[in-house]
Design a protein. Structure first.
Length: 210
């Protein structure tokens, strides 16, 4: 684990043969939440309203221009609770714990590396070299090399990256509060990740710094 491996990051890590983290790694955040924005109140302020008829109580589905249908809200809540049970079951089976033991340290709580070791969420403390060495031992390898692959950018992505890098540099140079601008870009990037059609997410909200 690097600086942060929480929520979805821990889900991915949980079933590993061994989990290594640094002393100040932020991990845990075993939880799941739903996020479906609706805009009926701001639309009401500008005089925009919607209406309609349907043959069933959930015929309109999820309409961002109206408040969330209570029946649909219960379905979404049920999916969230099912996802949470899957999460803690995975951790319990992977870490040789009971569901009750996992639930006590779950519910979205975050833990630093040393505490995570104490409560059984990880196996060892160390750095990347320590983890690689241990992985080689588990695989019974004596002669090995490590490399860190990265996906090559398409030529269109390279052009866009260069273009926006230059635009961002010009934009920041002309505005005094560079930290605010940087955070604004980060917030936009964060919002773009909330695109699941079911509106259900594994994300460590406590790890976000505003």
């Amino acid at each position: 684990m690097s600086n942060v491996a929480a929520s979805g990051g821990y889900w991915i890590s949980a079933s590993a043969d061994e989990i290594w983290a640094s002393h100040d790694t932020i991990t845990g955040s075993i939880g799941i939440f739903g996020f479906l924005p609706t805009f009926e109140k701001p639309l009401d302020k500008i005089g925009v309203h919607t209406d309609g008829v349907s043959t069933t109580k959930i015929g309109a589905g999820i309409d961002p221009m109206q408040s969330l249908n209570p029946i649909i809200a219960r379905v979404i809540q049920s999916n969230i609770e099912h996802g949470y049970q899957r999460f803690i079951k995975l951790v319990a089976e992977s870490r040789n714990m009971t569901l009750e033991e996992v639930d006590e340290i779950a519910q979205g709580r975050v833990w630093a590396g040393e505490m995570a070791l104490e409560i059984g969420l990880i196996d060892n403390l160390g750095n990347m070299e320590d983890a690689v060495k241990r992985a080689a031992e588990l695989a019974d390898l004596e002669d090995y090399k490590t490399f860190y692959p990265s996906l090559p950018l398409e030529w269109t992505d390279q052009i866009l990256k260069q273009f926006f890098s230059k635009i961002k540099g010009i934009f920041k140079s002309r505005i005094g509060n560079k930290d605010l601008i940087k955070r604004s870009f980060e917030l936009v990037n964060d919002l773009e990740t909330y695109n699941d059609p079911k509106g259900i997410y594994l994300k460590c909200l406590d790890c976000l710094i505003y």
